[in-house]
Design a protein. Sequence first.
Length: 259
Amino acid sequence: MHRKHIRPLLALLVLILASLACIPGTKRVIGEVTCVDDGYLFGSGTQYICYCPTDGLAYRGGELSSSVLTDIDPAQLKVRACTDPFAQTLNQNSANDVSPTEPPTEEPTEEPASTEPPTDPAPLNPYLAGTFTTCDNAARYVNFTIAENAPAYDPATFKLLFNGYEANCAPAPNNPKILTCNYPPVSYNPPAGIQVYIGEELVNEFDFNGGPICDPIVPPSNDNDNNSNDNNNSNDPAPTEPPVPTEPPVIDGNDNTSG
């Protein structure tokens, strides 16, 4: 009877001795890796948790039995201690489960409203009336009449041409309705084509046909023919003097600025 009870007692004693031999918390250093006893696991023996020497953390790959630690290479142990195969599996599954994303939809852009092209400015009114009051081919000037609705202008942009030659012109100082122009410094007598520009715009184009009207008057001869006087009809009117121009010419040989 006593022999039957001895065997279970011996087995219990062996188990107690085995548990005392592996005290949890015992450290083992293999190469660069430190492993800590995590207790006895039935069927696998004593289990150790090995810490990664790189960051000091414990990964799943570092959970090893004492039998594995006995034969493992230190370099291989370092690799396993720093590896988490469970996390790698999760990452791989997550990558496989990623559904293709739809391309982003582009919002329709509003087309800019069509803008009308800018309208050209209205043309300027004529500056001259196309007529003249006095002229003199000997003194080489003419007084043109300025139009009622003549546009304002910058004198630097004003230009008047006689047959394509630029003339020196300026408003008469005693009459702002008269533009006095000296003939161009070339051989010239009417008729001629007149062109007036303000900037790049042609505001006047007409013919100046003063002709004989602009020729100087020849003074009468001092020789009197008595017989002719006797034969003249006493009822004939006496000869009259030519009219004196009311607008004297603006003639300045030193002024070469166009009006």
